[in-house]
Write a protein that binds this ligand. Sequence first.
Ligand SMILES: Cc1cc2nc3c(=O)[nH]c(=O)nc-3n(C[C@H](O)[C@H](O)[C@H](O)COP(=O)(O)OP(=O)(O)OC[C@H]3O[C@@H](n4cnc5c(N)ncnc54)[C@H](O)[C@@H]3O)c2cc1C
Length: 372
Amino acid sequence: MPTGSVIVVGAGAFGGWTALALLRAGCRRVKLVDAWGPGNSRSSSGDETRVIRGCYGPNAVYTQMVARALPMWRENEQRWGVRLLEPAGALWMGNGAYERAAMRCLREAELPFEEVSAAEGRARWPQMNWDGIEGAVYEPEGGFLYARRACEAVMRAVVAEGGEYVQQQADVTSLAALGEADHYVIAGGPWLGAMFPDIARVTATRQEVFYFGTPAGDARFDERHFPAWVDNSGPPRFYGIPGNEWRGFKAAMDVPGVPLDPSLVDRTPSPAALEQAREFLARRFPALAGAPVVEHRVCQYEMSPDGDLIVDRHPRRANVWLVGGGSGHGFKLGPALGEMAAQMVLSLDAVRAEFGLARFADGAGGGVGERK
Ligand SMILES: Cc1cc2nc3c(=O)[nH]c(=O)nc-3n(C[C@H](O)[C@H](O)[C@H](O)COP(=O)(O)OP(=O)(O)OC[C@H]3O[C@@H](n4cnc5c(N)ncnc54)[C@H](O)[C@@H]3O)c2cc1C
């Protein structure tokens, strides 16, 4: 074992799972540090729930990661006795080139799915208006994850399995102040860009999420009667999660918003975003037209320039690692991402070019991705 000690900064989905994977890989001393706590309301892993599905268009690497992560979510929820995964199913609506490629990747990854025609969809989920949707991909093993609860559960597992958790703000220019360690993993989520402005190129973008109240006594919009969903028939793309443990029917637009400072931004929702969500809801779920907002969140995506993950060594500091770039789709990957990052830090695996920082050299990496 070449590495005895690692300090991980950031107890969100990425840092938490990386710390746990380091311990499970035999790392002797692991300290997890967070300024505000796992799944806190400023973090990208905050809020109640996140969609998990393997439908990723032609991006086979992520479908494979979901195939790895799904059983890990299940194993750990069993081990901890904490509900983390709601297997409500995941419904991706659209039937273009993206969906055809996704189905090839799902088949290769052996993730079960059904191709659903609009007529079948109408019969199966009549609470949704299928106008403008030509077909869908339904994953019966998909669904949603209890996000902030999972971050806390992972942190508690880190401590239970021999690691340490400390609430502390890290200064990435003087990491030794956190304690001596062989390696430092910086999983700063939407803060990563400000921490390493010349290297990480992660932008925190404003995302508004609304929980709408369903009609009294009406169970059609809970997780037993409707799956987690992404409507890719737009643009713009919308997505949502049913039930959320009786918190309401969640709906949000999946388009990166304006940049923000995740430490300081006021998280009051904007009338414009609410109006867009209401308009979409009335059209797609007519029974929810005019439904009251019962909860809301203002969160942020942590967009890398191409929407792909970042897992790499700092180019000038050999014992500093950057892990992030979840770009609005990373939560579900947590266990698989953590395992991958831990293997790299422990030199058991090489850095993978598709997640490497070199792809941003000379401004490469394309525009802002908008993968969900
Ligand atoms: C609205 C929204 C919807 C999304 N939907 C989905 C979805 O449906 N499915 C999906 O898979 N993914 C989804 N995502 C993406 C996913 O949630 C993120 O990719 C993932 O949570 C990122 O985790 P992270 O650990 O990188 O970042 P974070 O969770 O933000 O963790 C970073 C942590 O670092 C800490 N920190 C920051 N600075 C310091 C410092 N100086 N010192 C110490 N600690 C510090 C913060 O407190 C924070 O806890 C969504 C994201 C948003 C915002």
